[in-house]
Design a protein around this ligand. Structure first.
Ligand code: MN
Ligand code: MN
Length: 470
């Protein structure tokens, strides 16, 4: 017999109560999250650019029996296929046995992250220092990128099409790179500037080397630009490239550190690039673990989200619709019906409530670290501008799927109204007449070189996708 009053009982029945995974789950279930996280960090540390994330994901897909597919290839029920889109985005498809006109379940996330891209003529010398010039990619807070160890990742493509992978700064024994900052003793003027103006885009110049080239006889070269010459010779010896090859390269400066547990209890993971690889990995693993082969499921790992989703590897490209059309064509369905009956969980990180900065959050509607994967009916900014505002009907459908599977989830709004905001790829998928809902893992210090997420929220993202793909 409960000795609760009628009011207390009614309150329990009528009120919504958000609970963290620690309140909802057993010790054994919590342990599963830590085990799952070990796989994530292994994949994450191999995936510092979208190209590297594609490579690491293709390896997992191949291991699971998926095979390469390109537009125009024949498709049949039961196929497990992946489309590697120019090495920069990835579509993995598990073709179901039920009629394709029932629609597909799509799990989408992005694998590009904010960083400093090299300019096309990056290399220069100034007072004996060899520098590279950068153009930042995505929303970076520039002050966070100075005085930290940096790595150089990417590809150089020669005129003959030969692709050379570049990766310096992450292997044991590698040197790293750095952007210097002023000493406090001389920072009076800089300290007086607003944070957003204290560091400039043109000031994010990375030290590549500081010594001159010596001739074979050990004497200093008489050539000018001695330090630039020295690093160019080293790059040429290592990668066979010349300065002109930078013009057809995609090279990025990324943080050099690998991911690491944060906190004595090891429940947080600190890393570069959780946004949005912390959603991409769960989307991929959910597809790989999908047990039933009836429903067609697709995992989409997109590029270019951080700069607007434009171009052939961004979600504004029609490729997803093309793939659905190809499935319809091959399996005997009307492509418009396939899209109309498809549904998408568009996953992107959300701003986790940060107790250290409560002033920018509306706590009631913010996602909390450890309280599960976030579901955002809407994102956007300035009065819901630029969002797929999912309908109540489709949110209800997802609620039912998550609750049925015991997923720990919560709603998520990105901070206070008019404090800022942000968008996701959800609207581009919904534009194809595909019902789409935003979900995502809460992150602290989003877009910083070292972002924080909860292992428990990561695992619930996986469980949410798995329930959706069932
Ligand atoms: Mn994102
Ligand atoms: Mn982002």
């Amino acid at each position: 017999m409960s000795d609760k009053t009628r009011g207390q009982t009614l309150k329990d029945e009528l009120f919504y109560k958000k609970q963290s995974a620690f309140e909802k789950k057993t010790a054994a279930e919590l342990e599963e999250a830590k085990t799952y996280a070990a796989g994530y960090v292994k994949w994450l540390d191999q995936s510092k650019t979208e190209r590297e994330a594609v490579n690491a994901s293709v390896a997992m897909l191949e291991e699971a029996g998926y095979r390469p597919y390109k537009i125009g290839d024949p498709v049949k029920a039961g196929d497990r296929l992946y489309l590697n889109n120019r090495g920069k985005s990835l579509f993995a498809v598990h073709v179901g046995t039920e009629p394709i006109e029932n629609g597909a379940r799509i799990c989408a996330a992005h694998i590009d992250s904010p960083r400093l891209d090299l300019k096309q003529h990056p290399l220069y010398e100034n007072d004996g220092f060899a520098y590279i010039k950068t153009h930042y990619y995505g929303g970076v807070r520039k002050y966070q990128w100075v005085t930290i160890p940096l790595a150089l990742h990417g590809v150089v493509v020669k005129k003959n099409g030969e692709v050379t992978d570049v990766k310096i700064g992450d292997e044991p024994g590698d040197p790293v790179f750095c952007i210097s900052d002023l000493l406090p003793h001389l920072a009076k003027d800089q300290n007086g500037r607003p944070l957003g103006q204290a560091f400039t885009g043109e000031g994010l110049n990375v030290i590549l080397g500081t010594s001159p080239f010596f001739e074979e006889d050990g004497t200093l070269t008489p050539a000018d630009e001695k330090a630039k010459l020295n690093v160019m010779i080293m790059l040429n010896e290592k990668y066979g490239i010349t300065e002109a090859d930078f013009m057809s390269a995609e090279l990025s400066i990324v943080p050099a550190q690998n991911s690491v547990d944060v906190g004595l209890d090891r429940w947080l993971i600190g890393s570069y690039g959780h946004d949005d690889r912390v959603c991409a990995y769960p989307a991929l693993t959910a597809l790989l673990e999908a047990e039933t082969a009836e429903r067609t499921c697709i995992a989409v790992l997109a590029d270019k989200e951080e700069i607007g989703s434009d171009g052939v590897s961004g979600m504004q490209c029609v490729l997803l619709a093309d793939i659905l059309d190809e499935l319809a064509k091959n399996l005997g369905g009307n492509p418009n019906v396939v899209r109309a009956h498809s549904m998408c969980l568009s996953a992107d990180v959300t701003a986790g409530y940060d107790p250290n900065y409560p002033e920018v959050y509306e706590k009631r509607n913010s996602s909390l670290i450890h309280a599960g994967v976030g579901l955002s009916k809407y994102t956007g900014s300035g009065g819901k501008g630029g969002t797929n505002d999912a309908s109540a009907e489709v949110v209800a459908c997802v609620r039912e799927i998550f609750d049925e599977a015991g997923v720990v989830w919560q709603t998520a709004e990105l901070g206070k109204v008019d404090q800022g905001g942000g968008g996701t790829v959800a609207k581009y998928i919904a534009n194809h007449n595909i019902e789409t809902v935003d979900i995502g893992v809460p992150v602290l210090s989003m877009h910083a070189p070292f972002e924080l997420i909860s292992k428990s929220d990561l695992y619930e993202a996986h469980r949410a996708f798995a329930a959706f793909c069932k």
